[in-house]
Design a protein around this ligand. Structure first.
Ligand code: GDP
Length: 247
């Protein structure tokens, strides 16, 4: 996979997702509890604890500690919502299935995450993270089943690829795609350490949101030709929108 820029580098004119503003909106603590009004398209990020979700979000958003807010006491088990560029909402789902968490606590995430995924009419897609060195856990597999059941587009991002050689990463991507019955093109290899995959992920997210409005107009004009044919291959096998359609 090509590495197009360092993760912490300044956004360039080529950046498919220039971050102009990023606002914390609030946290959803329980299924059926408070959630932001549904006025913008939403993209959710999911994965087991320690998969590298905070690190990925910091790189994606070009912020050193953006995801820290989701880690403050009281927020680690909430769904934390952020408004990006005033044009879409990023939902940071709580990390699930951490081995050190007891059974009672482990069960907590399920109704919250599943409730959110079922009752979010503006949800355009879920970015599901997997550690390149690990096989999907039972929790991961249940998430995939659930996402397929809800019918939401799913992007699979394989994290921490700097820990393996490029050849080993390719082999793992092939293996994971086989295990999950995905096309390899649906899997984005990513490293928060090197920034590899940030560009591809940003393109795929922009595609999911379905608009160029996340880019500055001048940059959108300059880059229009390059960006018209992005990432359809990353879409899941279903073309269905979430029940209720988009708003
Ligand atoms: P989260 O619990 O899913 O939010 O995971 P974190 O982002 O906090 O990362 C968990 C651990 O993995 C931390 O020690 C990170 O430094 C490390 N980590 C995360 N992403 C990467 C990566 O791309 N490469 C390497 N080598 N380590 C990573």
């Amino acid at each position: 996979m090509t590495e197009r820029r360092a993760g912490s580098g300044a956004p360039s004119a080529e950046d498919p997702l220039v971050i102009r503003s990023l606002d914390f909106i609030g946290g959803m603590a329980a299924a059926g509890g408070w959630r932001p009004e549904v006025t913008l398209p939403e993209i959710a990020f999911a994965g087991r604890s320690n998969v590298g979700k905070s690190s990925l979000l910091n790189v994606l958003m070009h912020r050193k500690s953006f995801a820290r807010v989701s880690r403050t006491p009281g927020r680690t088990r909430e769904i934390n919502f952020f408004r990006v560029n005033g044009s879409f909402v990023l939902a940071d789902l709580p990390g699930y299935g951490y081995a050190k968490v007891g059974k009672a606590q482990k069960a907590e995430w399920r109704p919250l995450i599943e409730g959110y995924l079922r009752r979010s009419p503006a949800l355009r897609g879920v970015v599901q993270l997997l550690d390149v060195r690990r096989d999907p856990s039972d929790d991961d597999l249940q998430m995939f089943d659930f996402l397929a059941d809800v019918g939401v587009d799913t992007l699979v991002v394989v994290t921490k690829i700097d820990k393996l050689s490029p050849a080993a990463v390719r082999a793992r991507v092939e293996e994971l795609a086989g295990q999950l019955d995905l096309d390899e093109a649906q899997v984005i290899p990513f490293s928060a350490q090197t920034g590899a995959g940030r560009h591809e992920l940003a393109e795929a997210i922009v595609e999911l949101i379905g608009t160029a409005a996340t880019r500055r107009e001048d940059e959108a004009n300059e880059a229009e030709v390059d960006k018209t044919d992005v990432s359809t291959a990353h879409r899941s096998t279903t073309d269905r929108d979430v029940a209720g359609g988009t708003r």
